[in-house]
Design a protein around this ligand. Structure first.
Ligand SMILES: [Zn+2]
Ligand SMILES: [Zn+2]
Length: 242
């Protein structure tokens, strides 16, 4: 597929507006160092957690997966008052820059439109402090730290997997289980014809399977380990014109 003229025009326009001083790998380093430092600091606070405190990890995983799906479906793709910046950045920029016809970035300067600004990580960390503090009030201090570690870890997981969705050469990522599944899943989401209604997960397509918003018609295990297979894609979605 060749790049639609509208996408090519958007790319040229967007790139002309990126500050000359912007450095893509520095952007990635800030996110990685910030996230890594937060995990390090939290891990040092943990001492002899009770067995049940570890249960916060699968719980946080499930809640984060639904949150990622909800945020993408109802905030990033809907003009919500007060959160218009997120809608503009995602639907009106990220989706114009990347389509299923050309889902790859060309250089590290394009990281500007791939990764969230670092303050998004700070905002998610601040949001996670609330339930962590409540766990602490109930005497589950270790569970609180484990919750913070899991949430920051999943955020870094999201940034890494989303990056893998948009790399040009898929020689490596197409062979990595889980990564190949979300790459196919997310590139399909970049089809403007289905972006408002399908494939909102960005790490593991669990919530999309659960809420019936996946473009696949199959079970959970197949969703997660589907890879590039398109045999389970809904027939009407396959046929839908762009
Ligand atoms: Zn994307
Ligand atoms: Zn989207």
């Amino acid at each position: 597929m060749t790049m639609p003229p509208r996408q090519a025009a958007f790319r040229a326009d967007f790139r002309s507006l990126i500050a000359p001083a912007y450095a893509g790998w520095l952007h990635v380093a800030v996110i990685a160092v910030l996230g890594g430092a937060a995990i390090w600091v939290c891990a040092r606070q943990i001492s002899a957690p009770a067995w049940y405190e570890w249960l916060v990890i699968p719980f946080a995983f499930a809640v984060s997966n639904v949150f990622e799906w909800w945020l993408h479906r109802y905030v990033m793709h809907r003009p919500v008052r007060g959160l218009m910046g997120i809608y503009r950045r995602h639907t009106l920029a990220h989706h114009e820059f990347f389509t299923d016809a050309e889902p790859a970035f060309d250089s590290s300067r394009d990281f500007r439109i791939v990764f969230f600004p670092p303050y998004a990580l700070v905002a998610f960390m601040a949001m996670s402090l609330v339930p962590a503090y409540v766990l602490g009030l109930f005497g589950l201090v270790n569970a609180g730290w484990l919750l913070l570690i899991t949430n920051v870890g999943l955020y870094l997981n999201y940034e890494l997997f989303h990056f893998c969705c948009h790399v040009k050469n898929d020689g490596i990522v197409r062979r990595i289980p889980l990564v190949n599944s979300i790459r196919r899943h997310h590139i399909a989401h970049h089809n403007p014809g289905i972006m408002m209604e399908r494939n909102f997960n960005l790490t593991y397509p669990v919530a999309d399977w659960f809420f019936g918003t996946s473009d696949l018609r199959c079970g959970l295990l197949k969703h997660v380990f589907n890879g590039y297979d398109t045999s389970a894609v809904h027939g009407d979605l396959k046929r839908r014109a762009r």
